[in-house]
Write a protein that binds this ligand. Sequence first.
Ligand code: PLP
Length: 448
Amino acid sequence: MIAPAAIARMIADETARFTAANPRSAALAKDAARHWHRGVPFHWMLDWGTPFPLFAARAEGSRLWDADGHVYDDFCLGDTGSMFGHSPVPVSRAIARQGAQGLTFMLPTEDAVAVGDLLAERFGLPFWQITSTASEANRAVIRWCRGITGRDKIIVFNGCYHGAVDDVFVDLRDGVPELRRSLVGQVYDMREHTRVIEFNDLAALEAALAPGDVACVLTEPALTNVGMMLPDPGYLEALRDLTRRHGTLLVFDETHTISTGPGGWTGTHGPLPDLFVLGKPVAGGVPCAVYGFSADVAERMEHVRAANESGHSGIGTTLSANALALAAMRAALAEVMTPEAYAHMLPLADRLAETLRTTIAAHDLDWHVTHVGARGEFICTGTPPRNGTEARAAMQGDLERAIHLYLINRGILIAPFHNMTLVCPATTEDQVARLGNVLGECLSSLME
Ligand SMILES: Cc1ncc(COP(=O)(O)O)c(C=O)c1O
C-alpha cells in the first residue's frame, strides 16, 4: 500500500522540482495570464497537475521539447490528436502544399474523392461526412439518428465521453441517473432524452431498448474515458443484434479505439455499426473528424431532408471539410495510419503493457494494466473494472497526480487525465524501457 503521506510528500517535492527546472515556462505563464483566462488559451491545459503550465516549444515523432529546452518521451501525444507521431512528414508536406493553394473554399477539392475512397475501403461503410472535431461528429450523428428514426431517446454508457456533446453527460450514481456534476451552464435535463446504463450489462440494455423509442446507442467499442474497459466476450455482438431487433441504430465512436488496428476496433474485431465516428488523429492533428454510415442510413437521411423545409439543418459548421483538412487527412490515411505503422505500434504497445506489469509486480502492487492496441492504461487497483461505477471507484486522483509530476520531471509525458499511454510509429523500445525504469523509481520512492 502507498501511504497518503508519501503521496503528499512526492507532490510537494515534485512541485518544487518542476518550479526550479522550468523558469522559462514560469515566465511565459505569468505573461500569458495577462489576457488568457486562467492563464491558458484553453482551460484543459491546466489539467496536468503542474504548478503552472509547461510551455511546449516543438515536437517531432515521439518527442517533445519544452520552452526551457527539456526533451520528453511523449506517450500522451496530444491525448490522441498526435497518436501517429508529431508532424508526420507526409502530413507536414500536405499542409505546406495546400497552405500555398488556399485553405478553405466551401467547395470540395480533388482530395475529397481520394479521401472518400480511403474511408470506405478502410472502415467498410459506404458514405461519409466531415466535421472539424469528434464532438461535432457525435452531435451530428445523434441528430441524424433522431431525425431518421423519429425517436427522441438515445442510450449511452455510464462513464462515457464523446466530447462536448450535451446529450451524453448523464451518469449513474448508485444506480440513479443524474447530470454530470461538473457541467457548466447546463440548463436542460438531458435525462428526458438520454438513458444511461452500465457497460457490459445486457439485461439493462434489453430493458432500455424495450420501449422501442431509442434512436441510437452511442458507444466506444471499449470504453476509454473512465479508465479503460474492454467489452465482455460476445457483448458487442449482442449489442449489435439487440439494436437491430429494436430498430435502434448502433454508433461506434472510434476516436480512441482506432488504436486497435488500421480499421479500428470494428475492422479488427467487428461488428459493423450503422454509423462510425473518428476524430482527433484522422488528419494527423489538423482539426478534423469524420462520420460514416450504411447505405440504408444514407437513404433514410435523404427522406428526412426531402420531408423537411430547406434551410439550417443544425448539422455542420463553416470550416467543415476545408481544403487543408482534406489534404491532411488524405496524407494521414494513405501514408501515416498504414498497416506498416500499426505493425510497429502494436507489438511495442504489448511490450509497454508487459513492462508496466513487471514494474508494478516488482513493487508488490496489485494494480491492473490493460490496453487496446497502441493505447494502454494502468489503474491503481487489481480488479479490472467492467463498468463506469467500478472504474470511477478505482481512480486515485492524488496518487495519479504524484506519478504524473514525477514522470514529467524526468522527461516523460503520459496523458494527464488518467494513466494513459500511446505508442506511435516513432516510439522506440528505449523509450518504453525508460518509462518502465522511471515508473519503477517513482514507485520505490513512494514506498520508502
Ligand atoms: C471517444 C471520444 N469521442 C470524442 C471525443 C471528442 O473529441 P474532440 O475533443 O476532439 O471533439 C473524445 C475526446 O476525448 C473521445 O475520447
